[in-house]
Design a protein around this ligand. Structure first.
Ligand code: ADE
Ligand code: ZN
Length: 322
């Protein structure tokens, strides 16, 4: 029986397995530049974040219809549920689809179809977080927020905004205005920071964007004052250890700073980021960190507990306090 857990850092486009990519390519009359799934998998030899993003955005070409997005989300939810995920806060990249002529309505209606039945079919509650591409302009992000308005909570599935894509050279402050607009709309705010970028980007995401959770946050360990602040303010970090190894932020899993981060008192969670590309879903990730880092059962329970504490689920005690 896998440990019940919430998944808080998961890009739905990063769950596109090679087999599904080829099936969707077939369905949509698209020829992929790979002979077969094995050839595609051999391309998953990344040297950094950008080398991964190039392939990730390229393979999205197969996602064209509502059905495609529904099938993608259904496949993820089935795998996640089998590995103990009870709640998933799912990222998606609307600008990456719009750039290919696929509108946000196709993406959200399709994903929504799978999400609407996820509780009944898979026993998983879900929320959507719309990410802005930080290597695109702030104006593009603002326009994207505008097009998303019909799909925002409480009437639609989008509960929050995030910031992803190429980090270095794209500091969070560029998106101040769009995060202010998102806050005014009652949306939750998260941001990738400190994956490849410096600890200062984490500080900026907190101070300028009002980020409630930091996605990755790995490089906070270079700044003891920042660590003290994150501990004091109980700011959750959504770590993705398998991703860090595959994108070479960390040499080998056995050297991942997760144990030191937990020892420092940080509110860490572990997540799968882009599991089709990085070698594992939520349960695989828990198993990998347990094995490589020798985490005790109590530490694993702490990580699972943290995932619910750090989630945007309504907490009973908070509700009572209001
Ligand atoms: N988009 C998908 N996965 C990502 C990651 N790990 N970092 C930044 N952007 C991403
Ligand atoms: Zn990510």
């Amino acid at each position: 029986m896998p440990l019940p857990k919430a998944e808080l850092h998961l890009h739905i486009e990063g769950t596109l397995e090679p087999e599904l990519a080829f099936a969707l390519a077939d369905r949509n009359g698209i020829t992929l530049p790979y002979a077969d799934t094995e050839k595609l998998r051999t391309a998953y030899d990344f040297t950094d974040l950008q080398s991964f993003l190039n392939l990730y955005y390229g393979l999205m070409a197969v996602l064209r219809t509502e059905n495609d997005f529904a099938d993608l989300a259904d496949a993820y939810l089935a795998r996640a549920a089998a590995q103990g995920v009870r709640h998933a806060e799912i990222f998606f990249d609307p600008q990456a689809h719009l750039a290919r002529g696929v509108g946000i309505e196709t993406v959200v209606e399709g994903l929504g179809r799978a999400l609407d039945r996820a509780e009944a079919v898979h026993g998983v509650s879900t929320q959507l977080i719309m990410c802005f591409l930080r290597d695109e302009s702030a104006g593009s992000a603002l326009k994207t927020l505008e097009t998303a308005k019909p799909y925002l909570a409480p009437h639609g599935p989008i509960v929050g905004v995030g910031l992803d894509s190429a980090e270095v050279g794209h500091p969070p402050a560029k998106f101040r205005e769009v995060y202010e607009a998102a806050a005014a709309l009652g949306l939750r705010r998260v941001a990738h920071a400190g994956e490849e970028g410096p600890p200062a980007y984490i500080t900026e995401a907190l101070d300028v964007l009002g980020a409630e959770r930091i996605d990755h946050g790995l490089r906070c360990m270079e700044d003891p004052e920042l660590v003290a602040r994150l501990v004091r303010d109980r700011v959750p970090l959504t770590l993705c250890p398998l991703s860090n190894v595959r994108l070479r932020a960390v040499d080998v899993l056995a050297e991942h700073p997760l144990p030191a981060m937990l020892d420092a008192g940080l509110l860490c969670t572990v997540n799968s980021d882009d599991p089709a590309y990085f070698g594992g879903y939520a349960g695989d990730t828990f198993y990998a960190v347990r094995t490589a880092l020798g985490l005790s059962p109590e530490r694993l329970r702490e990580l699972a507990r943290n995932s619910f504490v750090a989630s945007f689920l309504e907490h009973d005690e908070e509700r009572r306090a209001r």
